[in-house]
Design a protein around this ligand. Structure first.
Ligand code: BMA
Length: 340
């Protein structure tokens, strides 16, 4: 086995279970007590899923997609000592604009949470003449200041990189439509100031592997490793009974992350358990975050299950990068940098 390093902080209390005996040959295995968040998690919220968490002090904090009982999703703050059992604020996150006036999007879903330098950024999907990316920042999880929408409509699945590259913030996103988008590739955009975005590059698209032949979308914030940026993303196929969302893996070039170094030909996790196959939208595994420990190389993947629950799965940086490289299917369209 190789000796790939996670470049980042040590998180000795990263949630963890060893791989069960006799589990599949895939490099990712599930937490035995999944799902970690069940139905009706707080008053007025029917389901929490597609949510993002991270270490905070010696505990953990997260932003959660809470589907209210009127069907509209908003973002709720949650805290946990072990990153498995979560306590949620009863009220949705009260965003404000840069002048301090209250701001609440019409809806907000699929939040990601990323720390860059000393600031925490929440990125989500909201209405801006259709599905678009919204963003806010906080340094204390008390005041949440909305910043400019990074992109024109329509767009979903945006996630920041955890550090600047070549002096600029980087964001992955998936241009889309406003509905159940039957297409979509992952793109990369740069910004010096989080206001003006440009230098848009194609990263990778759907391909002819059947599990990701309809669309793909950025998932968890990329993890910096000695092999490149490790990206867990979602890949989607269409069936006569609807879409199926699996978790895929790729490794992007560290200095030029629009270049895909390796892309796994198989999924890393696909809906198999009852909580992935059964729910509001069956057959959805939708990764939004990882917690990872540089010292041990352990990675805990947080993923939405069937648009109803939150699940937890594990891997190590060695196992998953070895597997991705051993099943590499990177293609010319994943590595092109010329097309603008
Ligand atoms: C996508 C998003 C996700 C959702 C998925 C499956 O378009 O809306 O929030 O998990 O569909 O329903």
């Amino acid at each position: 086995m190789s000796n790939v390093k996670i470049i980042g902080q040590n998180v000795p209390n990263v949630p963890w279970q060893e791989r069960p005996e006799g589990s599949s040959t895939l490099p990712v295995w599930r937490y035995r007590e999944n799902p970690i968040i069940g139905r009706n998690p707080l008053p007025g919220v029917a389901r929490i899923f597609n949510s993002a968490v991270m270490p905070y002090g010696d505990a953990f904090i997260g932003v959660f997609r809470g589907e209210q009982t009127n069907g509209i999703p908003y973002i709720y703050l949650g805290r946990s000592k072990d990153a498995i059992h979560w306590e949620f604020d009863q009220d949705k996150i009260p965003f404000q604009d840069e002048d301090g006036n209250a701001f609440m999007p019409e809806y907000a879903y699929d939040p990601r949470l990323v720390k860059v330098e000393d600031t925490y950024y929440i990125i989500w999907c909201q209405d801006f003449y259709g599905a678009s990316i919204g963003m806010a920042k906080t340094t204390d999880f008390q005041t949440f200041t909305r910043v400019e929408n990074p992109f024109l409509p329509f767009n979903r699945n945006a996630v920041l990189f955890p550090r600047k590259v070549n002096g600029n913030f980087l964001m992955l996103s998936r241009p889309s439509d406003s509905g159940h988008t039957p297409f979509g590739d992952i793109f990369l955009s740069e910004s010096p100031d989080l206001v003006f975005w440009g230098k848009h590059r194609h990263v990778m698209g759907k391909n002819d592997q059947w599990w990701q032949n309809l669309k793909i979308g950025g998932g968890a914030a990329p993890i910096e490793t000695s092999e490149g940026w490790l990206l867990f993303y979602h890949g989607v196929t269409g069936t006569c009974n609807g879409y199926v969302y699996s978790i895929g893996g790729a490794i992007l070039d560290i200095d030029q992350p629009s270049v895909v170094k390796h892309r796994c030909s198989t999924f890393l996790l696909t809906p198999e358990e009852w909580y992935e196959e059964r729910g509001f939208v069956p057959n959805v595994a939708f990764p939004c975050a990882t917690i990872h420990d540089a010292a041990s190389g352990r990675i805990a993947i947080y993923y939405g299950c069937a648009d109803t629950y939150v699940g937890l799965a594990f891997t190590t940086v060695d196992e998953v990068t070895d597997y991705i490289k051993a099943h590499d299917s990177v293609s010319d369209t994943d590595t092109e940098i010329g097309k603008r």
